[in-house]
Write a protein that binds this ligand. Structure first.
Ligand code: GRF
Length: 205
């Protein structure tokens, strides 16, 4: 692969895929020197699959329960990623733990976005509206977005960037979610842009 070719991305989703859409759009308009070559979903009803299909991107449903054991599931996923020459994986609303075998194969090459200021309001079961409800219940003055490298614990790896978002009087989980999500849609593509540029530089070293 030469140093000028775009970075091949996979995006893992479980739901709406609005962050996936932001990544696809920023690849299409040339901001990200990358191209989404595969969308993996843990659910067959994720709307993000429709977004991928509309953009002509291959999709795969990957569920541990469809395999006899974890090793077979991991081997299948690794094979899928290899078939598409995937260099960088972005989790975008992916609700499953990434298996250690995948993390080992993609050290520092898997990123996640979380709708809160980690380490607060993170960990297993702390996603989507659960995060925003917890922030409101605790009467936090601010919340935010965290983008981090994925390691073997939920919402735990090295933080790449955080951006604060104010909590406003009268906020509900829904109003807070939409304010946070609109920040996500610009912040995640920026981080992926930087990661792609780093990968392109590393290829030539
Ligand atoms: C986002 O809030 C993201 O931070 C979290 O899950 C949500 C996914 O939304 N991990 P979408 O599927 O990208 O619309």
């Amino acid at each position: 692969m030469n140093t000028r070719s775009k970075v091949t991305l996979a995006v893992f989703i479980s739901g709406s895929g609005s962050n996936l859409q932001a990544i696809i759009d920023h690849c299409a308009n040339g901001v990200i020197a990358g191209s989404v070559k595969l969308v993996v979903s843990s659910r067959d009803d994720a709307y993000g699959l429709v977004r991928a299909q509309k953009a002509g991107i291959p999709t795969a449903i990957h569920r541990r329960k469809d395999f006899p054991d974890g090793a077979a599931a991991d081997a299948h996923l690794l094979n899928l990623l290899a078939q598409h020459y995937i260099e960088l994986i972005a989790l975008a609303g992916f609700l499953k733990m990434v298996p250690p075998a995948i993390i080992r194969a993609y050290q520092n090459r898997i990123v996640n976005i979380h709708p809160g200021l980690l380490p607060k309001y993170g960990g297993k079961g702390m996603y989507g509206h659960f995060v925003h409800e917890a922030v409101l219940t605790a009467k936090e003055p601010e919340t935010g977005v965290t983008i981090h490298i994925v390691d073997e614990m939920y919402d735990h790896g090295r933080v790449l960037v955080q951006k604060k978002v104010p909590v406003l009087p009268g906020d509900t989980p829904d109003t807070l979610a939409s304010r946070v999500l609109s920040i996500e849609h610009t912040l995640y593509p920026q981080v992926i842009k930087d990661l792609c540029e780093t990968i392109i530089k590393e290829r030539s070293q």
